[in-house]
Design a binder for this molecule. Structure first.
Ligand code: ATP
Length: 247
């Protein structure tokens, strides 16, 4: 994806309060993702990063505020309807179907475009181009893949349904640094080359990895957005450097 034209807002979160039951986690969170934009959401453990993505999918409890996708209010829509609208969520745990083959896992991801065999075929070819490591493993049970390959599979499965927005939760979690870097290269490649994809939101504890591929970033602390800026601004911001970029 190229640089972000901010006048073409695709996903808009306005003054979001959200949490779980009576427990409020997010407070007045505002976030926008424009077409062609990669957004990094960074912050410490428990800051509420995952909850932002879950709220978009209506998997967390929304207590106030609004979430719009292409101007349509998402609040109170069931998660599967939100997915059908074109938002794919790749959770932080590799929620793959271990007893099924890699190919079957990928086919499940294409439920949104079931019936469109040619789009399914071209999406399959494309995700294998993004993640060539999966190419020779289509017939294997997904459970035997390495941790990094399972992450690739879960992202590839998210892409199989031609989403417009991809929400990635902690893709680097549990991966060795070199594997995480390779995965982020794949993510950057996807963002530039997937025809349906218009915006990508990536939640990461590894702020450097996220900001390296993002156009803009949001820093969450205690459920609030405390900083917003271009990735370059955030990478050089003294607070971000001290809190999130030291080894
Ligand atoms: P991490 O980087 O550790 O994944 P995060 O910034 O993504 O953290 P969240 O997963 O959004 O943070 O969690 C924010 C807070 O919400 C945490 O205190 C967590 O314990 C709490 N929380 C998360 N899920 C639930 C749930 N289903 N029920 C109750 N509390 C929850």
């Amino acid at each position: 994806m190229a640089e972000a034209p901010m006048d073409r807002c695709l996903l808009e979160i306005c003054n979001l309060d959200a949490g779980y039951g009576k427990l409020q986690i997010l407070r007045s969170v505002c976030l926008q993702a424009a077409e062609q934009e990669i957004i990094g959401i960074i912050g410490a453990n428990g800051a509420g990063k995952t909850t932002v993505l879950k709220a978009v999918m209506n998997l967390a409890d929304i207590m106030g505020g609004e979430i719009y996708f292409r101007g349509t209010l998402l609040n109170r829509k069931a998660w599967y309807k939100i997915a059908r609208m074109g938002i794919a969520f790749v959770p932080q745990k590799r929620e793959i179907f271990s007893p099924l083959t890699v190919l079957e896992n990928l086919e499940i991801g294409a439920y949104r475009i079931l019936g469109n065999k040619s789009e399914m075929r071209s999406n399959l070819a494309r995700v294998l181009e993004f993640f060539p490591q999966l190419q020779g493993k289509l017939a294997l049970k997904a459970g035997v893949l390495s941790g990094g390959e399972q992450k690739m599979l879960s992202i590839a499965r998210g892409l199989m349904g031609s989403p417009e927005v991809l929400l990635l939760d902690e893709p680097s979690l549990g991966l060795a640094p070199a594997v995480a870097e390779a995965l982020f290269e794949g993510i950057r490649f996807i963002a530039q080359g997937h025809p349906s994809l218009k915006a990508l939101l990536v939640v990461e504890q590894n702020a450097f990895l996220a900001l390296e591929i993002a156009h803009r970033g949001y820093v969450l602390e205690g459920g609030r957005v405390v900083l917003v800026g271009s990735s370059q601004e955030l990478l050089t911001n003294p607070h971000v450097k001290a809190a999130y970029l030291t080894a």
